[in-house]
Design a protein. Sequence first.
Length: 255
Amino acid sequence: MFTAIGRSRGLSSSLLCFCIISVQTARVILLSQKDSDILSFQRHFLFIREWCLREINHILGSLAKMKKILLPTVMLGALTALNPAHAAGFFSYNYAEGGYTSVSDDKSDADGTGLYLKGSYDFMENLSVIASYASTDYDDTDVTRSGFSIGLGYHMPLAAQTDVLLSALLDNVTVEAGPGEEDDTGYTLGLGIRHGIDQNFEINGGLEYSSLFDDSSTAFNIGGRYHFDKSWSAGLNYTMMEDANAWTVSVRASF
């Protein structure tokens, strides 16, 4: 497009110079001729003038059309580049993750350890499905807490290397204590943020509100993740709840 405009401008300048030279030449020739040839040269002069004006108007019209096409195109390209929805995301939300958790329950004065698996898949722009399974055994007791969660996550770029996260999960939890067992279904709502310090290191944090076993609780978590490359990373997170806290170490494979 720019090349075409440059060529049109060069052509119009050359044509204008040609027209001026042709008109001036015709005038000189006209003045130097005898009366018998004046009428013939007048016809040539008028022909050259009309042809030049016609060609200049044609070129100016073409340039005007190019500007009408070019301006919206440039504006659309600029808006697209500035629109976060069209920009490439800094983070990946397609991954499988596994980790180890250490829990300290202040209410029951018991500590526990467990493992968890988690997966996320972006099936639409900025929207992902999330699923996880976790199991924790508490020391010096016969209590085991296990359960799975499934739901949706929404992530939106807030800045070049910062995302805001929203999530809504359906939870099913089973607590086994000796011969007894209790299970319930509830939900968890989450609000979080991810920020990339550089290409390798990110920090994250958020709040979660859960409703389960006729009770509700709020948890705050903060952590960091180191990316070895685009596929593999390791994370460390700390979660603080009303009556407990937990440390989690994880390994993630992104794809």
